[in-house]
Design a protein around this ligand. Structure first.
Ligand SMILES: [Zn+2]
Length: 390
């Protein structure tokens, strides 16, 4: 995930991770269709974070791009860019290549719908090696790439073909300002109006502040509310809570959904949020919650399959439509942070503001509706709290 540029205050490093309650193996194996698997996600995160890939920047970035090419090729997915798996990203002069997006496609089976595309993407670049220190970027964003590759494998190996076509993309150069995804939308292999839905995930292996364990957050449904029943259905019986938030909770576009949002393409952005190891050398593979990563990957897999085969995909609405569930999610986040106020070093002024806000949000949830000025206040408090604590 890209930095906001706002310096964070103190970082408590020693937060324990509460491991997820595992779902019984029996309930997981009921599905006959291939689906993302924990052991494979774990192995892929290990590969992506290994010193051989150098923190996935510079030469390490090129090696990572090559690794993704090999994975796509082994899955027998078609190359996305005019017979190539890679899209070179120039910097000003066309002969100065600074990175590569990597993409593959699965062409849909329905003659009417195969010109409509669903994109599943995750940025693979990270911070490289700095002063001799490897930045492994396990959560940011080996977790998202592992998910994307597992969904690609599950769909490539599925006996049931999707009606719409699907692109799987690893974006490069996200960390320096969404370069890869911005270049992609300017040089898309298909007209942008044929892209029905863009889904991305950035940091889906831990939890917000290291303390909001049950949650993965998804932003973007406010511009395509018809996606909400799909999200709810896809997350049923999974040991993870999907909290739908308005994207404006984040200041600036924090990941690759930005260029798609700007072009009014329906999008969903999944993230478990910033944790204390964000952009440090401590973002290591052994700190991820793999059962949770598996659950989130399965939710996203179901969503992509649904979007690729539904008769219609919900379209963009300009004015965001937020829900009362969002208020309950923000209330839960604030409660979790408050419960961990000592480890998170929450000061007296913050404590006062957060306690007051929780009480206000409780009343709003009870009432069952929120006014636009109440929501504006909630968003401002949430932004303040996230900046101060993370
Ligand atoms: Zn990042």
């Amino acid at each position: 995930m890209m930095m906001t540029g706002i310096r964070r205050l103190g970082l408590p490093f020693a937060l324990a991770i509460t491991w997820f309650a595992m779902t019984p193996a029996a309930s997981r194996s009921q599905e006959s269709r291939p689906q993302p698997e924990e052991a494979r996600l774990r192995a892929e995160v290990k590969t992506l974070t290994s010193p051989a890939l150098g923190g996935r920047r510079g030469e390490g970035g090129r090696k990572t791009a090559q690794h993704l090419v090999e994975v796509f090729r082994a899955l027998k997915l078609e190359p996305l860019f005019d017979g190539r798996y890679t899209q070179a990203i120039p910097d000003g002069a066309p002969d100065r290549i600074i990175g590569h997006n990597v993409g593959a496609r699965l062409v849909g089976s329905d003659p009417q719908l195969r010109d409509e595309w669903i994109i599943l993407a995750a940025h693979f670049d990270h911070l490289g090696v700095r002063e001799g220190q490897l930045y492994p970027g396990a959560d940011d964003n080996a977790s998202g790439v592992a998910m994307m590759l597992e969904v690609a494998r599950a769909m490539a190996q599925s006996p049931e073909a999707s009606k719409r076509s699907v692109m799987f993309i690893g974006f490069d150069l996200e960390e320096i300002g969404l370069y890869g995804s911005r270049y992609f939308v300017e040089h898309s292999p298909v007209p942008l109006k044929q892209i029905s839905l863009f889904i991305t995930a950035d940091m889906i292996g831990r939890s917000l502040g290291g303390v909001c364990d049950p949650y993965v957050f998804v932003m973007g449904s406010e511009h395509a509310p018809g996606l909400r029943p799909w999200i709810n259905q896809a997350s049923q019986q999974q040991p993870v809570k999907v909290g739908m938030l308005g994207t404006d909770i984040l200041i600036l576009d924090r990941s690759d959904y930005g260029p798609f949002r700007a072009r009014e393409i329906p999008y969903l952005f999944f993230s478990t949020g910033e944790n204390p190891t964000y952009h440090t050398p401590d973002d290591r593979p052994e700190t991820l919650n793999y059962p949770k990563l598996e659950a989130i990957s399965q939710v996203i897999h179901k969503l992509v399959v649904q979007a690729a085969s539904a008769s219609k995909v919900p379209t963009w609405i300009q004015a965001p439509e937020n829900t009362i569930e969002e208020v309950a999610t923000v209330r839960d986040i604030l409660r979790s942070l408050l419960e961990n106020r000592e480890t998170l070093k929450i000061g007296v002024a913050q404590l006062y503001l957060m306690n007051n806000t929780v009480r206000t949000l409780e009343a709003i949830v009870e009432r069952g509706s929120i006014t636009s000025s109440e929501r504006a206040t909630m968003v401002n408090v949430a932004r303040l709290v996230l900046i101060a604590i993370l």
